[in-house]
Design a protein around this ligand. Structure first.
Ligand code: NAD
Length: 348
C-alpha cells in the first residue's frame, strides 16, 4: 500500500491501496503489537458488505475481534450509541492496549473515534473509511465526536488514529447519493487548493478516483500537521461550513453534510463575485462544478441565519470565523460578527 505520513508529534500513516480492507489485521498488528481484542465498529449498510473480511483479516493475525453495529445514518451519531459502544468495550473486558477499528463513513468514524478517545482515557484507533467523504475528509485529522439535540458535533475530542487505511475499491458499492455527498467536500478542496484537484473534478472523476482521493487526503493531512487543534490555518477547511451547517440544521439533517457544504460554498463564491472580489471566470469555474454535480438545493437564506450563533465556529461574543473565497487556491479566514456576516452575504 502507498503511504503518506501525517507528521504530527505521534506520526501516523495514511495507507492507500486496493486491498486495504483485507489488510486491516496486518496494519493493526504492526502499530498495536500489544493489542488482543479489537472492536470493529460499523453501520448496518457497511456491515453486510465489508465487516466479514475485516474480521477475518484480524483473526488471521491472532486478534480476538468483536463487532459493534449502529443503524446507518447521522441519527446514530448520538450519546446513546456512544454509551452503548463504550459499555460494549467495558463488558468485553477491553484493556488500555486494545483497539477500535472504525469501518464505515464519517458517522461511524466520528462516533467510534470519540469512544476510542475516551475509553480508559484513550485507546488505539484505526480509521477504515468506506464513503468518499470519509476517505477525503473525516477519517483524517483526529476530530471525533457525537451530536447533541442542540447541534452537531457538540460533544467531542481530538484523537488521532494509529493509521488510516483507505481502500478505494470500497467505493464500488457506494450509492450515487453518497458520491454526491463526498463530492460536496471535494469541491471544497478544489476551492482551497485549485490545481489538479479542480482539474479532476472538471474532468472524469471516477476514472481518476485513486489520484483524487490521495490528493485530497494529503491536502487535508498537511493542513492538520500545520495546525492540529484548529487555531489558525485548519479553519480554512471550514469553507462553506457556516452556511452549510445552518442548512443541515434547518433541514433537520435531511440535506446531507457534503451537499449542504457545497451550497455554503455557492453562497460564499457568489457573494465574493457580487462584491467584486473575484472575476466572472473565477466565479464560473466553481459555479460550473456545482452545476455539473447538481449540488443546488433551494434554501431560504434568512431562515438559516438564526443557526449561525450555535455554530462551533462562533467564538466569544457574537463573533464567527468565516472562510472567504478569493478564487480557486486563494481562500482566507476572516473574523466577523454575525451581523457583519449577514450583511456580507446579503441577508442582513
Ligand atoms: N471528523 C471530521 O473531521 C469530519 C469531517 C467531515 C464530516 N464529518 C462527519 O461525517 C459524517 C458524514 O459522513 P458520511 O457522509 O460518510 O456519512 P455516513 O457515515 O452516514 O455514510 C453515508 C452512507 O453511506 C453508507 N456507506 C458508507 N460506505 C459505504 C460503502 N462503501 N458502500 C455502501 N454504502 C456505504 C453508510 O452506511 C451511510 O448510509 C457527518 O456526521 C459529519 O459531521 C466529520
Amino acid at each position: 500500500m502507498k503511504e503518506h505520513i501525517v507528521k504530527l508529534n505521534l506520526p501516523y500513516p495514511i495507507l492507500f491501496g486496493r486491498d486495504g480492507i483485507d489488510r486491516v489485521g496486518e496494519v493493526v498488528g504492526k502499530y498495536s503489537p500489544r493489542a488482543e481484542k479489537i472492536l470493529v465498529a460499523t453501520d448496518t449498510n457497511v456491515e453486510r458488505l465489508y465487516t466479514e473480511r475485516v474480521m477475518q483479516s484480524l483473526e488471521e493475525k491472532g486478534f480476538e475481534p468483536y463487532r459493534f453495529i449502529i443503524e446507518a445514518g447521522e441519527k446514530s451519531k448520538n450519546t446513546s450509541s456512544y454509551l452503548n459502544l463504550i459499555t460494549t468495550l467495558a463488558v468485553r473486558g477491553f484493556k488500555r492496549t486494545d483497539a477500535v477499528v472504525a469501518l464505515g463513513g464519517g458517522v461511524v468514524g466520528d462516533l467510534a473515534g470519540f469512544a476510542a478517545a475516551t475509553y480508559m482515557r484513550g485507546i488505539d484507533l484505526y480509521q477504515v473509511p468506506t464513503s468518499l467523504l470519509a476517505m477525503i475528509d473525516s477519517s483524517i485529522g483526529g476530530k471525533t465526536g457525537v451530536d447533541l439535540p442542540q447541534g452537531k458535533n457538540l460533544l467531542g475530542a481530538f484523537w488521532q488514529p494509529k493509521a488510516v487505511i483507505i481502500d478505494v475499491l470500497a467505493l464500488d458499492t457506494l450509492p450515487e447519493d453518497e458520491w454526491k455527498n463526498g463530492i460536496g467536500e471535494g469541491i471544497k478542496y478544489a476551492c482551497l487548493a485549485g490545481g489538479r484537484i479542480l482539474e479532476i473534478l472538471q474532468g472524469n472523476l471516477k476514472e481518476n478516483i485513486c489520484e483524487f482521493v490521495e490528493l485530497c487526503a494529503k491536502y487535508k493531512a498537511d493542513i492538520v500537521v500545520a495546525d492540529e487543534r484548529e487555531s489558525g490555518l485548519r479553519k480554512l477547511l471550514n469553507l462553506g461550513h457556516t452556511v452549510g451547517h445552518a442548512i443541515e440544521k434547518k433541514s433537520e439533517y435531511k440535506v446531507p453534510h457534503g451537499v449542504a457544504v457545497a451550497n455554503g460554498i455557492e453562497v460564499m463564491v457568489r457573494t465574493a463575485y457580487e462584491h467584486g472580489e473575484i472575476t466572472f471566470l473565477q466565479y464560473d469555474e466553481i459555479q460550473s462544478l456545482l452545476d455539473k454535480y447538481d449540488m443546488s438545493i433551494t434554501c431560504v437564506k434568512h431562515e438559516i441565519a438564526d443557526c449561525f450563533a450555535m455554530d462551533k465556529k462562533a467564538e466569544g461574543k457574537d463573533c464567527i470565523s468565516v472562510v472567504t473565497f478569493g478564487g480557486a487556491g486563494d481562500c482566507k479566514v476572516e473574523k466577523m460578527t454575525i451581523n457583519e456576516l449577514k450583511t456580507y452575504i446579503n441577508i442582513g
